[in-house]
Design a protein around this ligand. Structure first.
Ligand SMILES: [Fe+2]
Length: 435
């Protein structure tokens, strides 16, 4: 199947399926993984996304049939991307107060590539314990030329808000733009190309268990993000010699290696460990048709569970266009103090609980048990509005919701984009008590 983007690409579909693809006929071995003499003189290579003993339903691996194996990486030397941080941060700053940011990413005045543009704003957990996550921002206007990245520390979930991005991976190509997401699991080599003059977005780096679709409980067997709408690439290879750099993020540090052949040389593959994309407009919104405001879990697209069943490592949640029809109810989110910590961003439009001060590319952070909810204007408006059915058009906000608190990086804490007076949005909440 194809999707409407600036360039037409072929995809395979179905979340978590066992896929196979070959760019040359017969390149994929039949009936075995590692033949003595693979067709076309290819090398066989396995890429594991879980331990070998992971339970079958969570076991992730792919077999790649490639012109040259990944094994040669040259001598390697350290390289620094000073604004891209990993947990635990060497310096951090967080108080039990709500935070709100204007966009930290500005339109670049000079050329900047994807990796150089990465700015880490917050994170939690510890990459070495496979628990936690980091939130990075990107804003770039130049393709990674002959430079390819892979991350040993976590998966990168792309959430763009400006411009369309082409992600060229070992498994083939994906495009992702505003209103879509793409996930590149750890260990997969790729580069990032801007299809628009300037591309900007949020990235969740997930240190924990790979994302799953949430259990649907009494919703049944359909609804929310349906498996068949997740798209995976088809095999596409380059057979080129030249000077190429492999930039690796490992244990929070970057290494650059030089190789003399194109790293995206996979002619065929099969398996269930590969990148994917999803169009958020296909999310089947489930909500109340009677009264009250449902908990945000009904908007969960993907979840990374933790080893403690009651505490997700991190959930990806969206607030998409939808009908509001609840009767006799305060329709925006209720005031709350949650166990889960919330990093919230805006892809487009207005968010119902905060129509001012929370803009596309900006963010709020409400950590564990930090009380928050509609600002004064939103409360007054929602308390007196006519409760006829109302369509929330052209809005798309999201949350990275984690059972671990988000710690700010020094960059975020010192940023001029940090709104010093966010707390004032609740200062004028009226006292309506009339005993
Ligand atoms: Fe909240």
């Amino acid at each position: 199947m194809t999707t409407n983007t600036k360039i037409k690409l072929e995809y395979q579909s179905g979340f978590g399926n066992d896929f196979q693809s070959q760019a040359l006929p017969g390149a994929l071995p039949v009936g075995q993984n590692s033949p003595q003499k693979p067709k076309y003189g290819l090398y066989a290579e396995q890429l594991n996304g879980t331990s070998f003993l992971a339970q079958r339903q969570e076991n992730l691996r792919s077999w790649l049939y490639r012109i040259k194996p990944s094994v040669y990486t040259g001598k390697g030397c350290k390289v620094d991307y000073p604004n891209c941080k990993s947990r635990p941060f060497s310096t951090t700053f967080t108080m039990a107060v709500p935070y709100r940011f204007d966009p930290i990413i500005k339109l670049a005045e000079s050329t900047i590539d994807f990796l150089t543009s990465l700015k880490t704003v917050c994170g939690n957990g510890d990459l070495a314990s496979y628990r936690g996550s980091c939130v990075h921002l990107y804003g770039f206007n130049k393709a990674l030329e002959n430079e390819f990245f892979y991350n040993c520390d976590g998966d990168f979930l792309f959430v763009p808000y400006l411009g369309e991005v082409l992600i060229q991976t070992e498994f083939g190509h994906l495009t992702v733009g505003p209103g879509q997401i793409a996930n590149v699991p750890r260990g997969i080599r790729y580069n990032v190309v801007n299809l628009s003059p300037f591309c900007a977005g949020y990235i969740l780096e997930n240190y924990g268990r790979p994302f799953q679709l949430p259990y649907l409980g009494p919703i049944g067997s359909n609804g929310l993000a349906n498996p068949r709408d997740f798209l995976y690439p088809v095999a596409k290879f380059e057979d080129k010699s030249g000077e190429y750099k492999i930039i690796t993020k490992f244990s929070g540090h970057f290494t650059v290696c030089e190789i003399n052949y194109h790293p995206l040389n996979v002619v065929a593959f099969h398996g269930n460990y590969l990148p994917y994309k999803y169009d958020l407009s296909l999310f089947n919104v489930i909500n109340t048709v009677s009264f009250d405001h449902c908990d945000p879990s009904i908007f969960t697209v993907l979840t990374s569970p933790s080893e403690i069943s009651t505490y997700s490592n991190v959930d990806f949640v969206i607030f998409p266009p939808r009908w509001l029809v609840s009767e006799g109810s305060f329709r925006p989110p209720y005031y709350h103090k949650n166990y889960m910590s919330e990093y919230m961003g805006l892809i487009t439009g207005l968010y119902e609980a905060k129509e001012e001060g929370f803009v596309t590319g900006g963010a709020t952070i409400h950590n564990q048990f930090v009380p928050h909810g509609p600002d004064t204007n939103a409360f007054i408006k929602a308390s007196s509005e006519n409760l006829k059915p109302k369509y929330m058009a052209s809005t798309l906000a999201f949350m990275f919701e984690s059972s671990l608190p988000y710690y700010l990086t020094q960059l975020a804490a010192d940023s001029a984009s940090l709104q010093k007076d966010y707390y004032k949005c609740w200062a004028d909440l009226p006292k309506n008590f009339k005993p």
